[in-house]
Design a protein around this ligand. Structure first.
Ligand SMILES: CC(=O)SCCNC(=O)CCNC(=O)[C@H](O)C(C)(C)COP(=O)(O)OP(=O)(O)OC[C@H]1O[C@@H](n2cnc3c(N)ncnc32)[C@H](O)[C@@H]1OP(=O)(O)O
Length: 435
């Protein structure tokens, strides 16, 4: 493992292993305060892929004996969905710096190491969820997807959909042995062929590793914040599961009666009828007054099924961020929504191999190629930084919108509109779970 990226004096990188579990949790709790003791946290199976976890060790003694100043890790998404395909992608995660050691450049050094290791491993992309919006742009990550957060009142009216009433419903305790394959199967199928269009949903990563799976199904009371254990709703048609939701309820009593809340961690359905059947159950659970799905795709059928969308208190939030680590491999590795022949002048202060002019050619929904171009940077059709390339990469952020904000420059008239159309994708990108 290469650990040769420079760090400020007094710190050094070191590999982390499962033996560091306790120290890692202690550091993580410094970075992300939680009301749960480390001993309790340690019972939870770690989601980390240890050979991709790196610590920053403090030289010498530390006041409370905590040896780690910082850490980061990544998940190996071997099949991260990009428009029209998949690419190996490093899901950057668990980036944390002890408050005692913050703002000394430790995170910057960790990200430089992470990007160098992505290139070494042949991962042309890195993706992440940002804890705070302002952190990752400087490292070349762009906001590549949005999701919406809604609060659905009890009994929210939903438009009728033919076939919805032909579904039967199962409501059960969520159980890894019984339900893991069902959940994985529907999740995968829903991302690969969205609404029968024959197109995938970019960003729709699956929990690919055994560690992520084990972590996902662990459900200790200490982490439930007063909610019940995890439950599963399955809608079936002709005996076949067509959608599921993972949820928890919490019952509070007001002077005027029950005021329960349903938190839906994930709701996935294979078509509009099964989606209607599923949401019909989720908005009408007894004693509950509101239903809160966590992450909803901006084009999820739910938003068009709602008769009164304003009543759902809709908010937009950033979902996954993408960092293009290897420009030619990443650009040739996705499909485009229109024919394209364009030169892009790309700047990248952290990964100089990405800098230069790239010639991108693609057939609509067909193969693409990307090669280094002899064109001078000032003569390229479009100029943009690697951060904007990451923002546009999954098809969820229009190049025209970035140009309107002064972040993309058009040098050849018409190239912006053409490239913006081609970089778009008919299905909104989104990831359904936070990694
Ligand atoms: C993918 C994920 O894992 S997301 C999780 C990120 N982690 C957290 O939010 C946990 C709490 N926060 C932390 O652990 C740390 O403050 C971190 C990781 C966000 C930053 O670590 P640091 O070592 O302090 O960052 P570092 O010193 O390298 O700062 C680099 C630059 O980013 C800026 N920066 C760092 N954190 C933030 C922030 N939260 N908001 C805005 N700017 C920030 C710094 O000001 C600095 O700017 P400069 O280059 O203009 O001087």
């Amino acid at each position: 493992m290469r650990l040769d990226t420079p760090l400020p004096d007094g710190y050094r990188f070191r590999p982390l292993t499962a033996d560091d579990h306790h120290d890692v949790l202690d550091l993580d709790a410094w970075a992300f305060p939680v009301p749960v003791e480390t001993e309790e946290m340690a019972k939870m199976p770690s989601p980390l892929t240890w050979e991709r976890a790196v610590g920053v060790q403090v030289d010498g003694d530390t006041p409370d004996g905590s040896p780690l100043a910082a850490m980061h890790a990544s998940y190996p998404f071997t099949q991260f969905p990009v428009p029209g395909g998949t690419l190996p992608t490093a899901g950057l995660t668990w980036v944390g710096v002890h408050p005692q050691h913050r703002r000394r450049g430790l995170a910057s050094a960790m990200i430089d190491l992470h990007l160098a290791r992505c290139r070494e491993r042949g991962e042309p992309l890195s993706a992440l969820y940002a804890a705070e919006y302002a952190i990752y742009g400087r490292f070349g990550y762009g906001r590549a997807a949005d999701d919406v957060r809604v609060t659905l009142p009890r009994g929210a009216a939903l438009r009728d959909v033919p076939g919805a009433s032909e579904h039967s419903v199962r409501i059960e305790h969520a159980n890894a042995e019984r339900h893991r394959d069902l959940v994985l199967g529907i999740h995968r199928a829903a991302g690969q062929d969205v609404g029968g269009l024959g197109l995938n949903r970019p960003g729709w990563a699956g929990p690919e590793t055994a560690e992520l799976q084990a972590h996902r199904w662990y459900d200790p009371a200490a982490f439930r914040q007063g909610f019940e254990s995890r439950r599963l709703v399955v809608v079936e048609r002709d005996g076949e599961p067509r959608g599921y939701a993972l949820l928890r309820r919490k019952l509070d009593w007001d002077v005027t009666g029950p005021r329960g809340t349903v938190n839906v961690a994930e709701a996935v359905a294979l078509d509009t009828a099964s989606s209607r059947a599923l949401w019909g159950v989720l908005v009408d659970l007894d004693l509950m007054s509101e239903t809160k799905p966590f992450l909803v795709a901006p084009d999820d059928p739910l938003l068009s099924l709602l008769v009164d969308r304003r009543g759902a208190d809709l908010r937009v939030s950033d979902n996954v961020w993408v960092r293009v680590v290897d420009v030619p491999t990443a650009l040739a590795g996705r499909r485009y929504a229109a024919d394209l022949d364009v030169t892009l002048a790309v700047t990248d202060t952290r990964l100089p191999d990405n800098e230069g002019v790239w010639h991108l050619r693609a057939e609509a929904f067909g193969p693409a190629s990307c090669t280094a171009s002899e064109t001078a940077a000032e003569d390229a059709d479009l100029a943009l930084d690697i951060r904007e390339l990451g923002a546009a990469y999954l098809g969820g952020t229009a190049l025209t919108a970035l140009a309107a904000a002064g972040l993309v420059t058009e040098r050849t008239t018409g190239s912006l509109a053409r490239a913006s159309t081609a970089f778009g994708w008919p299905v909104a990108p989104m990831c359904s779970w936070v990694f």
